[in-house]
Structures are given as C-alpha cells and as structure tokens.
Design a protein around this ligand. Sequence first.
Ligand SMILES: [Zn+2]
Length: 276
Amino acid sequence: MFFRNCTATAVLCAVFGILLCPVPAGAQGTEAVKNSLPKDKGRITMAEPIRIDGKTWRIEDGGVRFFLLCGSEKALLLDSGMNTPNAREIAQGLTDLPLILMNTHADRDHISGNRAFDEVMMSPAETENYHANGGTGKIIPVRDGNRIDLGGRTLLILDNPGHTPGSIAVLDESRRVLYAGDSIQDGNIYLFGKFRNVPLYAESLARLLKFADRFDAVFPCHGTFPVYPDLIPRLIEGTDAVMHGKAQGTPTDLHGRTVMLYRFPFAGFLCDMPAQ
Ligand SMILES: [Zn+2]
C-alpha cells in the first residue's frame, strides 16, 4: 500500500518537479513516471488551435503557425504546418464549411498537411519550390490582385517574392489584417540558398508598406504573434544595411551549413556567406 501511494505521489512529484517522498532514485522512479503517462498512439497531435475571433483560428505547430479563416460559405486553410499531416482534420474539427487550401509559400514547414487536399492555391512562381519540397496535388494559381471570396470575407492576394519566388501576402480586408507568411516577423528570416533573393525581398517589403493604411496588424507564420505594420520599415532598414555591407554578421551553423546571421533588435536575417 505504501509503495502504491508513494508511486502515485512520485508521479505527481516528478510532474511538478518537486521531491516530497522517498522515491527510489534512478530508473525505478523514471519507469513509474513513464508508465503513468498516456501512450503515444502514433498520431501527431501536438498542434494547438487558438481562436482569434469567431471565424479565425491560428494553429500553433511548434515553431510554425498556420491559419483557418472562415467566411459564411467557405473556410480557407492558409498553410498546413510543419508536423501536421492531419491539418485537414484539425480544420474540419473547427468548422463544417467546405474547406479550401492556400499556401503563403511552399517551404517544407508550411505544407506538411497538403497531401490531404487534391488542389492548393498558390502563386505559380512557387511551383518549382513546391515540387522540390515534395508538394503534391494540383496547383490553382493565384496572382497579385486576385480576390478570394469566402462569403462576406474577401482576401486580397499580394505578390511578395524574396523569401521564396512565389511568396504571397494575404490581406483580410474586412478585418484589416495582413497574413505575411515568413516575410514580416521578428524571428530569423531565411534568405539564403536557392530560391531566396534579398534585394527582391526588400522590394516586396517596400511594396507592402504602400498597403499599410489598409491593415492594423500582421499575422506572421513564425515568431511573436501578432506583429504590427511598424515592423516593416525596420525590416527594410535591416535588409538595406545587409545589402550595403553595413551590418555585422555572425557565421552560424544551420542544418549542417554555415550561413551568416544578421541579428537586429527587431528580427534577424539568415543569409548566404559573403563571397571571399
Ligand atoms: Zn517558414
């Protein structure tokens, strides 16, 4: 009896990181904790949907987030996460509306649930990157200036190349929110390797700034949620400093390759190493 009670208490102690009873040190205590935890059923369930308003969710998937936007007639999944092959199921648990998929861009951390869809809306300029990352399904092209009507909720597509060739931003006009993919955020923005283009990224930011009177918040796929339009001029200044050799970089190992991290108080840029 003492042993059972103590085991139960040990579990609580271990969970809350405190020591209140004479738990046998080492493997026995660890085993008791392991045995008490629910077993992983082999299905990924880490992603956490968080309601933003009655018709909008952000789904936090580790270091990445994606979004569900509902109108009166359709729901749109904007990206499908990094570790969420079940992104479609997650979305269908939140809405009964017919569900369509759009990608802000096609990097691997944004398309893990795409396979559950027959077709996906994205910029045609993103096709090569999508297929390089194993993307499946038919691409329905969306272009700068297109409007997607979900029923009482219209989304304006804005080309936003640089982070990838076919990155788009999505302006939710009625809610005055810009969904900016990876381009406007306070984390470290990937701008190295094939498909990235720093000058084009800077040009795209300057263009988005021209729409800044039409949104009050920016919903990014990484970093702090949300960020605000005043981040855009800072990102432009940062890229300008990088392009003109005025920023101090730190060589950084990333996934086995060395890239240059230019870290500013407001965000970072991960760029190719400068030519010797
Ligand atoms: Zn990303």
